[in-house]
Write a protein that binds this ligand. Sequence first.
Ligand code: CS2
Ligand code: MN
Length: 358
Amino acid sequence: MEMTLRWFGTGFDTVTLRQIRQIPGVTGVITTLYDTEPGEVWSRERIHALKEAVEASGLHISGIESVNIHDAIKVGTPDRDQYIDNYITTLENLGKEDIHMVCYNFMPVFDWTRTELARVRPDGSTVLAYSQKTIDSIDPQDMFASIKGDANGAILPGWEPERMAKISELFDMYKDVDEEKLFDNLKYFLERIMPVCDKYDINMAIHPDDPAWSVFGLPRIIINLDNIMRMMRMVDNPHNGVTFCAGSYGTNRANDLPTMIRALKGRLHFAHVRNLKFNSDDDFEEAAHLSSDGSFDMYEIMKALYDIDFDGPIRPDHGRMIWDEVAMPGYGLYDRALGATYLNGLWEAIVKSHGEKK
Ligand code: CS2
Ligand code: MN
């Protein structure tokens, strides 16, 4: 595996490439062109400039998170082909710039959903949190306004104000889309992009829906092992794979994370590893990466990745806000650096006790 950190790009991230370079064992970044809209073509020039900026700091681009999917593709409206053509051109340009992993999601309307951006934990750190009771008591149209807490000046990925302004329009677009339709539309999209992925050896890594169940009556399909297996079988190409996000699949306690990882051998192209603490079945908060701070066994997660010979990029995921840092919720430097170091420590111990792989 290669340890990486997500970086939103100059002007969008409080964390600098120089800081990332100084985290021991982190050699790559997972980045994006944050100011592009879903459906837009990413020009080769802009990708190249991003790559040069990253490489000038002594790091490299290990993959993209995300190239977002236009709603026309998810809904399957007649103009979807145009947006898929654009997506293909973006993939071609990424391939020509030697970038081989793309994370994306297929969630209708909302990307991740949380009810609090800064819940205070006993140690005084603040974290993202989710309460099903809160979700059940609010109107989806008010979701954005009702998230408690401050984004610290950052635009949260998937929660762009322009997008949230059109929220009722978006809900309307999805009114006839059920899970079957969403699967069909995903299949259509994947079938069309696989040739370019084969040509440039690009691993597509679908991110799970977070939380891993339907919210506000919207269909959600990337939520459990059965559904991911269906997704992979319906377009049976190794380039059609997944992002294993422990914190997203783990929201559903029926998901056994190490077992899921083992079932994904060869198709797991990117790993997000983080911990959650459950207060009850319908209330959880994000925790430090350390096993004992949350509800997951992080050793077992890393061991499962080792067992399947995982050799793709991995990143610590949302961190707590600690040491008075002011940053995008979940994406400060300090706690993610602690997370990367802890995960590297677990990996070193696993390798030393079970033998070197690749
Ligand atoms: C991320 C997701 O911050 C997060 O929770 O893991 O927003 C992820 O980047 C997208 O769903 C992938 O498209
Ligand atoms: Mn994730």
